[in-house]
Design a protein around this ligand. Structure first.
Ligand code: FES
Length: 127
């Protein structure tokens, strides 16, 4: 864990250039309420966003190919299994069989690095 500007809750996730608008996601792991979960970060309209890799419909991972969450237009996030559609910047459900939305993880981007913020119920995975 890094003490960085006194903010121990920030964890480096990837370099800013690893996230291109509407492009491939970067996967990472988080501890969510005591369980290790897969999560992913994407960039949309310039800003990075991250969510648990878990569909709101059925608790399944969403990517249709590894790290592919966006549709062909780069406008929506998709669940591969039954076609739920999510807003990339909020995780809100916009169609399909899902209810609610994706579980969002706070990100901070600075000095060319994207960090995720551990705050309840998220914490780092202990190795
Ligand atoms: S599991 Fe994602 S749409 Fe059904």
């Amino acid at each position: 864990m890094h003490q960085h500007d006194g903010d121990a809750a920030l964890h480096p996730l990837c370099n800013s250039r690893d996230l291109t608008d509407g492009g491939q996601a970067v996967p990472f792991d988080v501890n969510h309420a005591g369980q290790t979960c897969r999560a992913f970060a994407i960039r949309f309209r310039g800003l990075p966003h991250a969510y648990l890799n878990r569909c709101a419909h059925v608790a399944m991972e969403m990517d249709w190919q590894p790290n592919r969450f966006f549709d062909d237009t780069g406008r929506w996030l998709l669940c591969a299994t039954h076609g739920a559609v999510y807003e990339p910047d909020t995780g809100a459900c916009k169609g399909g069989p899902c209810r609610g939305g994706l579980i969002k993880i706070e990100l901070t981007e600075r000095d060319g690095v994207v960090h995720w913020r551990s705050q309840y119920p998220f914490s780092p995975v202990e190795f």
